[in-house]
Design a protein around this ligand. Structure first.
Ligand code: PLP
Length: 383
């Protein structure tokens, strides 16, 4: 039988909600209110409640959410143009663009070869008198926060921001045995509802969450041109609004918030058990070391020195895979100042990473087939 397994079929992922979504979109169409109406109000409340934060400000997309956080702290005088923000070198480029585009200086730090994320030690190496903030990225859907990062923030009085674009539903266990959602750990967090994220809209959408009323107020103004009351503009802001239709879609999906996380975690366990253990142990510290309650498997990074060969082999068997990300930000032409810098772990990830299909629409049979083909590839290699 010819197989055709897509990396992620958005149509299939959204199919269980199709009727509910259509009904809610119809309500918006009939309401005659397409921006800043009831669906947005409901979304902001429901999302803040899910994250556990006091405030949620919806906006146009994840990049804007990141920018709005920084613009907010700039407007409040907590950051100043030229201040340095430490950010992992291994991230999606949007995280870095957000920082440089508002006049702050991104300072890239290489990540741990095990967690693929920053530790307090990695951050400390880059601290200067101009360092004012850390942008954590829960990349691939794995918790990026740790006690030693908290300690560094405290010691140097740094602002802590979260890029939660890939980690909807991820949690951190507290010392009292409870848990906190990512997006509610630092001073503010950015969220993306780009269709392929774990909570995906049917177009662009994003949000900021924070517990800080002053920052929330500034961001609420900044995302609406800087409007501070009906005809008064206290800041030079931007126009970045989530529309009612996207909010309506997200409200439906928020009724079933853990579907994606739960099915993905099961699939990660299947990959860990099914793929030859030597290969998993030797090359996949990320998957091997991740605590399953601190990972929502937005991306399942399978590491192999034969990445391009395996990708082609799987494609030939009808299995689509992706790479996150083949060219790291410091090698991009838009940041020529970093092109000759070296971030060895980030570069190793870029040359070895293969993202395996993992989502609620992938069937058990399809996953078994993927595992079988990966193992076959290694058998042919004599492993
Ligand atoms: C998707 C993503 C963004 C940007 O979100 P958009 O909604 O696409 O603008 C930012 N950071 C990370 C880590 C992402 O994965």
């Amino acid at each position: 039988m010819e197989r055709n397994i897509k990396y992620l079929s958005l149509k299939a992922v959204n199919a269980p909600y199709e009727e509910e979504i259509k009904a809610e979109i119809t309500k918006v169409v009939e309401s005659g209110r397409y921006l800043q109406g009831e669906a947005i109000e409901q979304f902001e409340q429901a999302y803040a409640q899910f994250i556990g934060s006091k405030h949620c400000i919806s906006c146009g997309n994840g990049l804007d959410a990141l920018k709005l956080i920084l613009m907010g702290d700039l407007a409040l005088g907590r950051l100043h143009r030229g201040d340095e923000v430490i950010v992992p070198a291994n991230t999606y480029i949007a995280t870095i663009i957000a920082i440089s585009s508002v006049g702050l200086k991104p300072v890239l730090a290489d990540v741990s070869p095990i967690s693929f994320q920053l530790s307090g030690r990695h951050i400390k190496k880059h601290i200067t008198p101009k360092t004012k903030a850390i942008m954590l990225v829960h990349l691939y859907g794995r918790l990026a926060y740790s006690n030693d990062i908290f300690a560094v923030c405290k010691e140097y009085k740094l602002r802590l921001y979260e890029d939660n674009a890939q980690a909807f539903g991820c949690t951190v266990t507290t010392s009292s045995g409870g848990y906190i959602h990512t997006g509610n750990i630092g001073h503010a967090a950015a969220h993306s509802f780009y269709p392929s994220k774990n909570l995906g809209a049917l177009g662009d959408a994003g949000a900021v969450t924070t517990n800080d009323p002053n920052l929330a107020q500034a961001i609420r103004a900044l995302h609406d041109y800087g409007r501070t009351s009906k005809d008064a503009f206290g800041y030079q802001g931007i126009n970045s609004r989530m529309d009612e239709i996207q909010a309506a879609v997200l409200n439906v999906k928020l009724r079933h918030p853990l579907v994606e996380k739960n099915s993905r975690i099961l699939q990660v366990k299947n990959y860990l058990e099914g793929i030859k253990s030597g290969i998993m142990k030797h090359y996949n510290p990320f998957l091997h070391s991740v605590a399953i309650d601190q990972y929502v498997a937005h991306i399942v990074p399978f590491m192999t020195p034969w990445r391009d060969q395996l990708k082609a082999y799987l494609a030939d068997k009808g299995i689509e895979t992706l790479i996150h990300y083949p060219i790291p930000p410091h090698k991009q032409r838009c940041y020529p100042e970093w092109n000759s810098a070296s971030f060895p772990v980030t570069e190793l990830i870029a040359s070895h990473e293969l993202s395996l299909p993992c989502n609620s629409a992938l069937t058990e049979g399809e996953q078994e087939y993927i595992i079988e083909k990966i193992n076959q590839f290694y058998t042919q290699k004599g492993m």
